[in-house]
Write a protein that binds this ligand. Structure first.
Ligand SMILES: CC(C)(COP(=O)(O)OP(=O)(O)OC[C@H]1O[C@@H](n2cnc3c(N)ncnc32)[C@H](O)[C@@H]1OP(=O)(O)O)[C@@H](O)C(=O)NCCC(=O)NCCS
Length: 177
């Protein structure tokens, strides 16, 4: 990650009409089709907020994207040591990082990490307005699961594709930001 004082070559913006969705290809049809066919509608209906990463010098070409939504999980779905630290409300509010993908022509350049950090930062600052005790992701396959585990996400005990990162851990990342 570039330091905060150094402007990045990349920008993350809400998905807009000027972005070229048709050219995006991450190698996973479901994630490609979602961006092309569904993301705009989801944004208009306020069921998901899609954000896209572009280069500052080419603001129409989408290099990667992610979506965020409000979500709730059963307290009992969390590992016991995590659940014990939360009040016994049946549903725990969380932020869902529903999708995250990088165009395969730009993979392994740090864009996935940049997108993930941007999503976590956004979820963290938003959580003081609309509470969320964690960020939850549903990994689309084993490769995606390993990507999230690389950044410290923890698997739900009874849900092999669902992972979470406690907001407390995320807060520690951005405490001085
Ligand atoms: C998974 C994906 C987002 C990674 O994006 P990327 O831009 O190539 O990743 P980065 O270059 O930012 O990698 C950052 C770090 O994550 C690691 N990483 C990347 N993909 C990984 C994987 N599948 N498993 C484990 N670690 C991984 C890199 O080695 C790197 O580690 P380092 O900083 O310690 O060297 C991208 O390959 C992708 O879009 N895949 C298809 C869609 C997908 O699987 N989405 C995931 C969620 S649904």
């Amino acid at each position: 990650m570039p330091s905060e004082s150094e402007p990045s070559a990349w920008l993350v913006d809400p998905l807009g009409k000027h972005h070229n969705r048709a050219a995006f290809s991450c190698g996973n049809d479901t994630l490609d089709r979602y961006l092309k066919e569904q993301a705009g509608q989801d944004a208009r209906r306020r069921v998901a907020a899609p954000f896209v990463l572009v280069a500052r010098d080419d603001p129409k070409t989408i290099l990667g994207y992610y979506t965020l939504s409000s979500f709730g999980i059963d307290l009992e779905a969390l590992p016991e040591d995590v659940a014990r630290k939360l009040p016994s409300y049946p549903i725990v509010p969380v932020t869902l990082l529903g999708r995250l993908a990088v165009d395969r022509r730009h993979s392994e350049q740090g864009i996935g990490e940049f997108l993930l950090m941007d999503a976590l930062r956004r979820a963290f600052f938003q959580s003081s307005q609309i509470a969320a005790a964690a960020v939850v992701v549903d990994a689309i396959d084993d490769q995606a699961r390993r990507f999230y585990q690389h950044f410290g996400f923890i698997l739900f005990p009874d849900h092999p594709a669902r992972l979470f990162l406690p907001m407390k851990t995320i807060a520690d990342l951005f405490r001085d930001a």
